[in-house]
Design a protein. Structure first.
Length: 431
């Protein structure tokens, strides 16, 4: 259709975009990736409702040939899913192209030469973070499991857009069990053509994490706004807490596993982790996922018909971000706004209804106030201190493995991947 470097004008029903064509995954035949004048990449799926024409051409120069010297260092693999963290900039065109080989990545971030050997780089797809779904989580999990089987591989890095990186971290935590090696998820809050680009340090710290004794899925990102060190945080206990800060990813209701400096220094903060084990221990892969689930935020005056419409459409499970210790309106004197009848009816139909804390921090408790007791007695599953996003992912995992409501409830309350803490350390608040 078009070749890399073509300047193209794309018209949809409502908008017109102009940009330079960037490399796209070979299997994505109908995907056009444009580098816009703003410096950002825009993926466009070409359909019958979209027209595109070439209006010019830009010279696109590749990276120079580079063969780093082999060093006696551990091997890792990298799985990149799109985004700027594993991309490089052609400063003549302003274009950003994905790095497809270990040599290219080592040329871009030469510090990695002294930390690890990169054995393979996979790019199973290239999507914006917000376009990620269970289908992509399965592909990533399958590739991670495949790489972990390689005896030479010390750990795996997954690069990812930041917006829903914490959802993917939770998904991999549940889909990959019995880990014997580290798995790090990293992203970049700033694009690679900016002086404040954070992706390089995040990758460097992730490489050090892959050499560590922590055999867990973790998000490895800047711990502060400065380029001093990163946090490695459990995949089910981390959340993006700022739209643009480089230290946006924070541990919730738990301390991070460790601080990791670009120099390789690692300071263990939270010793509650599974240690690296014999490489012959096999990872258990289970990617079953029920997609007919929802995450719903309760708000003052919310009409229960919002909830009822999901049940009518056949949703198998719903996580509600409940207020305070776990509340939604149940006032029997205001029957129109009471959620209790709708929730009771849904549970009787076999729908799994779970509450997670809207406050993000802290734990739900259905036994403090009478209204919460009514909800608990109706069959609502109070998910203690589980993050709403983690609860959503876990619900899909659990309902993918069992359709029995009693078994599903048992699994939702079982601490499978560190998602539930029975004791929350006071200094983990706003850490």
């Amino acid at each position: 259709m078009f070749k890399v470097g073509d300047r193209v004008e794309v018209k949809t029903k409502t908008e017109t975009f102009t940009g330079v064509v960037m490399p796209a995954p070979e299997e994505e035949k109908d995907l056009l990736i444009l580098k816009l004048a703003s410096g950002y990449n825009l993926p466009i799926r070409i359909t019958k409702d979209i027209t595109a024409k070439k209006i010019g051409e830009e010279k696109f120069e590749g990276l120079p040939t580079y063969r780093p010297p082999f060093k006696e260092l551990p091997f890792i693999s990298i799985i990149t899913t799109g985004g700027t963290i594993t991309s490089r900039v052609d400063y003549k065109t302003g274009a950003v192209a994905p790095l497809k080989s270990a040599d290219e990545l080592l040329l871009t971030i030469p510090e990695l030469n002294d930390i690890v050997n990169i054995k393979r780089i996979h790019q199973p797809f290239s999507v914006l973070s917000e376009d990620m779904s269970a289908q992509e989580w399965k592909k990533i999990a399958e590739l991670v499991e495949q790489e972990l089987k390689d005896d030479e591989i010390s750990g795996v890095i997954v690069t990812h857009g930041t917006d829903i990186l914490h959802y993917t971290a939770a998904a991999l935590s549940f889909m990959l069990k019995n880990l014997s090696k580290p798995v790090a998820l990293v992203g970049g809050q700033r694009s690679s053509d900016r002086g404040s680009f954070d992706g390089a340090q995040n990758l460097i710290c992730a490489a050090h994490y892959c050499k560590s004794e922590i055999a867990e899925v973790a998000v490895v990102m800047h711990a502060t706004e400065s380029d001093d060190y990163c946090f490695a945080t459990r995949g089910t206990k981390v959340r993006k807490m700022h739209t643009s800060r480089r230290d946006a990813f924070r541990p919730i209701n738990e301390l991070p596993f460790a601080k990791i400096w670009p120099s390789g220094k690692i300071e263990i903060i939270n010793k509650n982790f599974c240690p690296r084990r014999d490489h012959r221990a096999e990872t258990v892969l289970d990617t079953r996922f029920e997609t007919k689930i929802a995450l719903l935020k309760y708000f003052p005056g919310a009409d229960p018909e919002i909830f009822e419409s999901l049940v009518e459409k056949g949703y198998k499970g719903i996580v509600i971000e409940a207020t305070g210790l776990g509340h939604v309106a149940v006032n029997p004197l205001q029957k129109k706004n009471s959620w209790l009848p709708a929730i009771k009816s849904a549970i009787e139909k076999g729908v799994l209804v779970c509450f997670a804390p809207q406050t993000i921090y802290g734990r739900l408790d259905p036994f403090v106030y009478a209204n919460a007791r009514l909800l608990h007695n109706a069959g609502v599953i109070f998910l203690e201190d589980m993050l709403p996003e983690t609860a959503y992912v876990k619900l899909g995992i659990v309902l993918g493995r069992t359709k029995d409501p009693a078994q599903a409830k048992k699994l939702m309350l079982e601490n499978i991947s560190g998602e539930i803490n029975k004791r929350i350390e006071s200094d983990s608040f706003l850490y």
